[in-house]
Write a protein that binds this ligand. Structure first.
Ligand code: SF4
Length: 123
């Protein structure tokens, strides 16, 4: 079985392919510019990866709106989702916010990019 993943250990964002045997063991890692990324791929090969979505508080309400919805640009290992969400809950964003604005980009020392999924206070 082959799986694709995008390395989140630095801004380069290499695509890495992992070849697994029938038992789910990693037999080959293809791609990635460095050992750090290949190790990331091996460690997360058997894990589910998901886009994280949540909301972040606005520093001041915009009408009735008090939060802005956000998501990670790349899937995050499920084992790290709690850390990501906990960190995002500590943030406060100053409006206006445009859809696609980068809200956070270095959570837990990893290059996990979080962007706004809706504009707030831009019109
Ligand atoms: S494989 Fe290395 S260079 Fe590529 S994204 Fe990962 S850490 Fe960066």
């Amino acid at each position: 079985m082959r799986r694709q993943c995008k390395c989140i250990m630095c801004p380069v964002g290499c695509e890495i392919e992992i070849v697994l045997d029938d038992s789910g063991n990693v037999v080959e890692v293809i791609g990635g510019l460095c050992e750090r990324g290949r190790n990331f791929a091996k460690e997360t090969a058997g894990q589910n990866m998901q886009i994280v979505t949540t909301t972040i508080k606005l520093a001041k309400p915009v009408g009735e709106v008090r939060v802005v919805p956000v998501k990670t640009l790349t899937p995050v290992p499920v084992s790290q989702m709690k850390e990501v969400v906990s960190y995002l809950k500590t943030l406060v964003v100053q409006p206006p916010v445009k859809v696609g604005d980068v809200i956070a980009d270095n959570i837990g020392g990893k290059y996990i990019i979080v962007v706004a999924t809706r504009s707030v206070g831009t019109s």
